[in-house]
Design a binder for this molecule. Structure first.
Ligand code: ZN
Length: 257
């Protein structure tokens, strides 16, 4: 069926061109993956979380979603690797590492040396984070999936982190270009009502190019909006956000979402 919504058409067209060019690696969004289509009631848009076991994540349209509304248990342990192309011995899924290496290379060409501050965090590691009011609880962080990356900019011996990263041209480059490599800015500015998390200009999420293309030119689009999860989140967003947020560590802000 031909998708009727612009972002659904864009995703299909991109996947088709990647497959034709022989450069499609498959993965989180495969060539046959559904794309959410708000105009098509039979699409995967606005899927319900009907899991009976939370040892596996909620995956509407094949896109993993972990939040305080869609949690996982300690039994969810993805396969992660330490990609040789990514400095610093950070673990992430192999597919995320491959895409991140491409993003880092492109950033380098644009004049920005990006580094990873935090990637995969196990259930146990999330629990070891300092217990402050803003720490995401175990099972509510997408870092447990191995597809979330916290970035900083390396400038000589110094790092530009946190909110300063968002104000830097490198932060703008990430907002505008990350979709090309299958990433999205997971917690855009002013979208806490949708995501439940304040603005995190440093936090990227790998969703695959078949989905990230919908975010081209739309850095404020949230994953919840894209997947049609907004209704539930709007209803829930008036509840306290005390279990999510950030913590000051070292000379910058580290996302704990
Ligand atoms: Zn993060």
């Amino acid at each position: 069926m031909k998708p009727s919504h612009p972002w659904a058409r864009a995703a299909c067209a991109l996947v088709a061109s990647l497959v034709a060019a022989g450069s499609w690696a498959g993965g989180a969004a495969t060539a046959s993956a559904q794309v959410p289509d708000p105009a098509n009631p039979s699409s995967c848009y606005a899927a319900k979380d009907t899991r009976t076991s939370h040892a596996r994540p909620f995956q509407p349209c094949g896109v993993l979603v972990i939040s305080k509304w869609h949690r996982v248990t300690r039994g969810y342990v993805p396969h992660v690797v330490d990609p040789a192309a990514i400095p610093g011995h950070h673990k992430m899924t192999a597919e995320t590492g491959k895409a991140l290496a491409a993003l880092f290379a492109a950033a380098e060409r644009a004049g920005y040396r990006l580094v990873v501050r935090s990637a995969y965090r196990s259930w146990r590691e999330q629990g070891l984070l300092p217990k402050v009011a803003t720490t995401a609880p175990q099972g509510a962080s997408e870092h447990q999936s191995g597809t979330s990356i916290d970035l900083a900019l390396q400038v000589g011996y110094r790092q530009v982190r946190g909110a300063a990263f968002g104000r830097h041209p490198a932060g703008r480059w990430v907002r505008e270009d990350a979709w090309r490599y299958g990433f999205i800015l997971r917690y855009p500015q002013g979208r806490q009502g949708s995501t439940g998390i304040p603005y995190e200009p440093w936090h990227l999420r790998y969703v695959g190019p078949g989905h990230s293309v919908a975010f081209k030119g739309r850095p404020s689009l949230t994953l919840e909006q894209y997947l049609g999860l907004g209704g539930a989140h709007r209803a829930l967003s008036t509840t306290s956000n005390r279990d999510t947020g950030r913590l000051r560590l070292g000379n910058g802000l580290l996302a704990l979402a």
